[in-house]
Design a binder for this molecule. Structure first.
Ligand SMILES: [Zn+2]
Ligand SMILES: [Zn+2]
Length: 306
């Protein structure tokens, strides 16, 4: 490997996904595991017959080599990688697994992919194309949050519809419920953290009669890089690592509210009831000084606070 000294001194995290038909997911899993072990990368990779979804961290040299070798596999040739700060130490271990789905919507047999990606998904909009659509269609456009409802408590697109979902598994039931039938003739823009959930969600929506569906390309992450807090995004972005949330600028609004005192806060904490563990917005004052360590439900049950 022709890498420089800094390539070995610095480290990074890679986030990526690719939808492509994989004839032998098991073989891809073994290849990926061996590759990561050789490069001393840690993280989590899921492989299915529809593609790959991963987050890995390690030295900059290892990350570069990983990208080069992964893209050498024809099915992953066009895959995009997001680079972020961090390294192997941000992950407890390496986990590479084969699953029915790389994102668990509970619809492995409905999803169809070809070498260009998901078949029948929403039209991809780059951040600037989203702004063009907003200029042309204005109030007609509806943002549809493709994440778990909890994530939207601290940040969302302006006036977004927040479906009542605890996990991605709940989406099909939700979009078939009839609650959103009035959106079927409107321009709907789905968005999620990095784009992968909307690849699937937008195709499921189109199959269920939503006629004009778009998906935000690269997700909130790429939109935030481009427009920060000066566009249609409001608040913080929920992230699935130690940081819990991130902001795009110092101007980020705090839209979350403490469940106990209604003060603005972005701090999710696990409910102390071990049977519950629900991630709950609790402000510093309530948590540290008021000893309020439970979610709103458990806090009212005497057994939990005993
Ligand atoms: Zn509070
Ligand atoms: Zn609880």
């Amino acid at each position: 490997m022709g890498y420089s000294k800094t390539d070995y001194e610095e480290s990074r995290i890679l986030l990526y996904y690719g939808f492509a038909p994989l004839e032998d997911p098991q073989a891809v899993m073994f290849w990926q595991r061996t590759l990561c072990e050789m490069l001393e990368l840690k993280g989590r990779i899921l492989v299915s017959k529809h593609g790959i979804n991963g987050t890995v961290g390690g030295s900059l040299a290892a990350c570069k080599e990983y990208v080069r070798r992964t893209k050498a596999f024809p099915a992953f040739k066009g895959m995009e990688f997001k680079w972020s700060e961090g390294g192997a130490e941000d992950f407890p271990r390496l986990s590479v697994k084969v699953r029915d789905e790389i994102v668990a919507f509970g619809a492995p047999d409905e999803l169809e992919v070809d070498d260009k990606g998901v078949i029948g998904g929403g039209v991809h909009l780059k951040p600037e194309q989203l702004h063009e659509l907003m200029e042309e269609r204005g109030d007609e456009v509806v943002f549809f949050d493709g994440r778990n409802a909890m994530e939207a408590q601290i940040g969302k697109f302006k006036d977004a519809v927040i479906p009542d979902v605890r996990t991605t598994h709940d989406f099909i039931k939700e979009i078939e419920s009839g609650k959103y039938d009035d959106l079927k003739d409107k321009p709907v823009v789905t968005y999620c953290t990095g784009g992968i959930r909307c690849e699937i969600l937008s195709s499921l929506m189109k199959k269920r009669g939503f006629k004009e569906v778009y998906q935000l390309d690269g997700g909130i992450v790429r939109y935030g890089e481009k427009f920060g807090d000066k566009g249609f995004w409001e608040g913080s972005l929920y992230v699935f690592d130690r940081r819990m949330h991130m902001e795009f600028s110092d101007d980020a609004k705090v839209i979350g509210r403490c469940v106990h005192c209604d003060q603005p806060t972005n701090d999710f904490r696990n409910c102390l009831n071990l049977q519950c563990r629900k991630q709950t917005l609790i402000c510093d004052d309530c948590f540290n000084n008021g000893e309020k360590h439970y979610c709103e439900q458990c806090a009212t049950q005497p057994a939990a606070t005993a």
